[in-house]
Design a protein around this ligand. Structure first.
Ligand code: NIG
Ligand code: FE
Length: 416
């Protein structure tokens, strides 16, 4: 096995590993150890089988007292950067006003756009960093962050710059350009469908922001209150021309054929999917597009139309689970709580939920170097005070995290 002679080696031992690799349930290994060299896992397996060439070179040992270790969690769909809250809309919905009605009355995403535009980069960064720490306390080591509350070149840029800055806070951050989230007020009253002109502008901004190195993927909100499949196609063709991968908010409130459209473009993922059709499922299965399930939005909007989990499973479509953290439809800051909801509301098994927040979520971001405990992959892992990993989908609001290791570096919770 290749190794880098200069990098110090840490042996994490006396643990039980849910590697999510191999054929065993949970990829479980008893009396396991992890050899960490730099930011990589160099060896994973039962302690008694640790090869002497590794054992002899260990610089440091961490004993974790038979705790369970999983891959670091991956939150593959968030809108973490924004100003304000929308608790007043929550209250309105409790009185019977729908998410769609609020959006059509000029609230919803547009009200967060106004609040976001009013904050400078520093203030946005501080607010987002506080939320990021909540996710870290839940064992998350990689997070995706979308723009989409700026809706002008400068305001989208500011959001994406904040996303890049968050990537220096002990977390891997992938940034997604979501200008096609809502139409900003500047485009009101334009002749014809104002969304067409806005889509053109959003394509031009993408050129600039991509050239500035701020964009890892491109997303859009394909919905009656969002953008049409035709407008999404225009954006996706543009993204394709730039070599950027795409993903889509699809079939959240109605069936627009968005998932099939995303699959046509080889999308990394289609997300939400409450109204996904059989044709959409088949298209996703063929394209290898990940289904990202967002039970926080389903719960918050008091949705009753379930995503077709059994049919997705039967078709072999990989299912990820994410917080969709945003101030409107999912003010959720716990990915393990989402695992619970994915099981309780959507019918995932606890093992599917953990896979959905690790290697499947990584796939939804186009990342293949994480999400399992396996030699050669990144040393991103979380140590849990649980009797079994199924417990991660059990608690409602308890965070049994003992330690989080990102790129080989422990937060220091165990030592504290
Ligand atoms: O994923 N549905 C569109 N976008 C977000 C909600 C955005 C908002 O309401 O601010 C979502 O649910
Ligand atoms: Fe979303």
């Amino acid at each position: 096995m290749s190794s880098s002679p200069d990098l110090p080696i840490t042996l994490w031992r006396d643990l039980r590993a849910a590697t999510l690799a191999g054929d065993a349930a949970w990829g479980a290994i008893d009396n396991a150890c992890l050899v960490v060299q730099g930011d990589r896992l160099a060896w994973v397996g039962p302690l008694p089988e640790l090869p002497p060439e590794w054992a002899s070179r260990v610089n440091d040992e961490v004993h974790v007292d038979n705790a369970w270790v999983t891959p670091g969690l991956v939150d593959c769909h968030t809108h973490l950067v924004y100003g304000g809250t929308r608790a007043h809309e929550h209250e309105l919905r409790l009185q019977g006003v729908s998410y769609e009605q609020i959006a059509r009355a000029g609230g919803g995403i547009r009200s967060t756009v106004a609040a976001t535009r009013s904050l400078d980069e520093e203030a946005l960064c501080q607010a987002a960093a506080r939320r990021l720490r909540q996710l870290q306390a839940d064992g998350v080591t990689t997070v995706e962050v979308k723009s989409g509350y700026g809706l002008s070149l400068d305001d989208e840029r500011r959001m994406l710059r904040v996303a890049r800055r968050l990537g220096r806070e002990g977390m891997d951050v992938r940034s997604t350009y979501l200008a096609l989230h809502a139409v900003p007020p500047e485009f009101d009253g334009r002749p014809g469908d104002a969304r067409d002109g806005y889509t053109e502008a959003a394509c031009q901004w993408l050129d600039t922001l991509h050239a500035e190195g701020l964009v890892d993927a491109v997303d859009a909100f394909c919905e009656r209150i969002g953008f049409t499949p035709g407008q999404v196609t225009r954006l996706f063709q543009h993204a394709e021309g730039l070599g950027l991968p795409v993903k889509l908010h699809a079939e959240q409130l109605s069936d627009q054929g968005g998932a099939a459209l995303a699959a046509e473009f080889g999308a990394l993922s289609a997300d939400h999917l409450e109204w996904l059709s059989e044709a959409g499922i088949q298209a996703m299965a063929q394209a290898g597009t990940v289904a990202v399930l967002l039970p926080g939005a389903y719960l918050t909007l008091k949705d009753t139309h379930l995503p077709p989990v059994a049919a997705l499973r039967a078709a072999g479509v990989p299912m990820a689970v994410a917080t969709d953290h945003n101030p409107g439809s999912s003010p959720a800051l716990s990915l393990t709580l989402m695992m619970n909801l994915a099981c309780t509301l959507f019918g995932l098994t606890p093992e599917e939920a953990l896979r959905g927040c690790t290697h499947v979520a990584a796939k939804a971001l186009g990342l293949h170097d994480r999400g399992r405990l396996q030699a050669g992959l990144r040393a991103d892992f979380s140590v849990w005070d649980v009797e079994h990993p199924r417990e991660l989908s059990y608690w409602l609001g308890h965070r049994p995290l003992l330690e989080r290791v990102h790129a080989g570096r422990a937060d220091g919770r165990l030592a504290a």
